[in-house]
Write a protein that binds this ligand. Sequence first.
Ligand SMILES: Cc1ncc(C[n+]2csc(CCOP(=O)(O)OP(=O)(O)O)c2C)c(N)n1
Ligand code: SF4
Ligand SMILES: [Mg+2]
Length: 289
Amino acid sequence: MAIDIYKINPEFRDIMPQEIIDLEENATWAQNQKKPRGIKELPDTKELLEEHSLCAGCPEAAALRYVLAALPKPEETIIVNSTGCTSLMFPHIALHTVHSLFGNQNAVASGIKRSLAWRFPDKVKDVVVLAGDGATVDIGLDYTLQSFFRQEKITTICFDNEVYANTGGQESGMTPKGQVFKMAPEGKKFEKVKMWELATTSGCHYSINMTASAPKAVAKAVREAILIARDIGPTYLNIYTPCILEIGLSANEGLGEMKDQDKDRFASYKYVSDEAAAHLIKCKEEGLL
Ligand SMILES: Cc1ncc(C[n+]2csc(CCOP(=O)(O)OP(=O)(O)O)c2C)c(N)n1
Ligand code: SF4
Ligand SMILES: [Mg+2]
């Protein structure tokens, strides 16, 4: 039975499509499962994004499902999103989300985390930022870094597609050198910013660079990052979710592109602070991982 976070107004129940009713009745949030939730539940979890308005085959949609499946406490999680292709998915999930003004998502998330800690001191409340590279590393970079400097207990997930996709293809700091887009015809003049290293040197206790090619690996990273942020401090995940539209791939080619980049620009990078590593051992002993 679903937890009480998603309820249809009784006045409107008779005009609701069946899938919305299913969502209310069959969502699996908080079924008090003994084992941590995970990828295995994707095929039959109702609340995990069945439809979306992204391009067919967009890796962002698949990656979001992996993220959602891995949340340790979805009913107590608030996802702060920013404008971009990622934001098109959020109306389709049964979860607390906030769509902040483009770029200031980490400032908004910091405020939410602090007020929830004050309002519900005895409850676990996880705050996760999920936004594109334009929002996280370009226009919102200052807010992102300042939240790391302040040691805010939030997880920041950047869906790095190396472009401002939603506005038609402008380059971002995360675009690789030489890349040409429809609205960046001269080609990027400098190398891709290594945001995962910047996160480490800016105070994150856990920082990863990876692609979304392997669902279980994404889920593991998300879970670890959230558990560390909950008790220790800021964590950062940089996940490559290529914009197949902008790089000229068809709907079934996104996975191949991510697998290729596993060995190249997104070859695995992982930093875990000593404090965070000790915490992960504790979480494992407590059955949270
Ligand atoms: C304050 C503000 N500035 C600019 C925009 C325009 N805008 C909307 S989406 C977007 C690009 C988003 O790029 P990214 O964050 O990389 O996400 P993607 O679409 O690539 O997933 C921009 C610049 C806006 N909506 N609001
Ligand atoms: S424009 Fe690119 S990032 Fe946006 S939905 Fe389409 S494929 Fe995905
Ligand atoms: Mg982008």
